[in-house]
Design a protein around this ligand. Structure first.
Ligand code: LLP
Length: 386
């Protein structure tokens, strides 16, 4: 990836830098895969990154949006996503959020409990409407990923448990304020083992078969998101393996004529195109280690502190002639967990160097906070510079 560091000189760090050309290439690759199957639809998971410029690029590409709050529904629609392509999940939708989505005319509520189903029914009826709903199934499948980001296990709070799904579906069909659209699944995030998605397909096939045998409709299938990216090698593998991912569904998911398959990818679409750009403030000699203290922190990129996630640090100012040294790369926030990388080898760091943290386009800017009264990060785009 090219970083226009001459142009960065006058900008206040830290900030996010997005390679919009890479984002567009990624969208093209995903679209080419989708085009191989008429019944496949993509809803970009807005939670991964709700930056207005990125949302505009993604909505202009014709994707729908996957939202998890009333705010995301409003933001998605304000940035070009057609309301009927918006799906809305979340275990705790409040009344105002349900009303916002009803009034906007979204495509589908992904309902996570019988109690929520009844609330949506009541609110829709009060407006003389019928809310389109899919039932989010907790498929009880453990994806091989970080425990904080698995969502498909029975012990997780998400979705309706398999043993309850039939009763909730029967109730859905009876309620006058809702229209049954299909079943929704999501097993977790940063999944790189395609066998996990294969297990999901098998579970969906088994459940569909069972419901059909009991005379119940299945409707459309939403398989959620979750495809992982290579955080270790951002330049060698700047794109997730979309071909392998869609192949799993093509080969293993049984679909009926007329049945649509919805996808909700977030991370794999935006992670590679984003970097957090920081500047080196100080090199501090500790007793047994050396700290590279940068001006970016867990308030711009919380993933290392929250999940021990790795975002490759890169010294953009080093020209290749500098010797390597080993650093703990840390931010200035008053928390011991404000650490980007421990015992990491970088070309010798000097005050003022630009240090990038790569593959930060997903769950970086969208999870930024104002802790320590730090300002929210700004963002810049390759299209502004090249
Ligand atoms: N659909 C549903 C219902 C979801 O819960 C999620 C993510 C997605 C789609 C998109 O998943 P993706 O394709 O991005 O993996 N903050 C964490 C990730 C949380 C993911 C939450 N759900 C992180 O920084 O790793």
């Amino acid at each position: 990836m090219n970083f226009p560091i001459d142009r960065f000189q006058t900008l206040r760090t830290p900030f996010y830098f997005y390679d919009t050309a890479l984002l567009k290439q990624t969208l093209d690759v995903v679209s080419a895969q989708l085009a191989r199957h008429e019944s496949y639809r993509m809803h970009y998971a807005v939670k991964a990154n709700a930056n207005p410029v990125l949302l505009r690029i993604i909505s202009a590409h014709g994707f729908g949006a996957d939202c998890v709050s009333g705010g995301e529904v409003q933001t998605a629609i304000a940035h070009g996503f057609a309301p009927e392509t918006v799906v809305f999940a979340g275990v705790g939708k409040s009344d105002w959020e349900i009303n916002v989505a009803l009034e906007a005319g979204i495509g589908c509520f992904n309902v996570e409990s019988a109690a929520e189903l009844r609330a949506i029914n009541d609110l829709a009826k009060a407006k003389g409407m019928q809310a389109p709903v899919a039932l989010r199934v907790n498929p009880d499948i453990g994806a091989h990923t970080h425990t904080n980001i698995t969502t498909g296990l029975a012990e997780n709070k998400f979705g309706i448990n398999l043993e309850q799904i039939e009763d909730v579906l029967r109730e859905t069909l009876r309620l006058p304020g809702v229209t049954f659209k299909g079943l929704h699944f999501h097993i977790g995030s940063q999944i790189t083992d395609m066998l996990d998605f294969q297990a999901l397909c098998n579970r969906i096939n088994a459940l569909s078969g069972e419901l059909s045998r009991h005379g119940l409709p299945v409707g459309d299938i939403n398989v959620g998101g979750g495809l992982g990216v290579d955080y270790e090698h951002p330049d060698k593998a700047p794109m997730a393996d979309f071909e392998a991912y869609f192949d799993v569904f093509r080969r293993h998911l049984d679909t009926q004529p007329g049945q649509t398959v919805h996808f909700e990818l977030g991370r794999s679409i935006v992670a590679p195109c984003g970097s957090l750009i920081t500047r080196l403030l100080y090199v501090k000699e500790g007793t047994a280690k050396r700290f590279a203290i940068v001006d970016g922190s867990m308030t711009e990129l919380i993933r290392p502190a929250l999940y021990h996630a790795f975002h490759l640090p890169q010294n953009l100012s080093a020209d290749g002639s500098r010797p390597t040294a080993t650093y703990d790369v840390v931010g200035p926030v008053c928390e011991s967990s404000d650490v980007f990388a421990k015992a990491f080898d970088l070309p010798e760091c000097r005050r003022g160097d630009f240090i990038a943290f790569r593959t930060a386009g997903a769950y970086g800017e969208s999870m930024a906070s104002g802790y320590n009264a730090r300002p929210l990060p700004k963002s810049y785009f390759s299209s502004d510079f090249f």
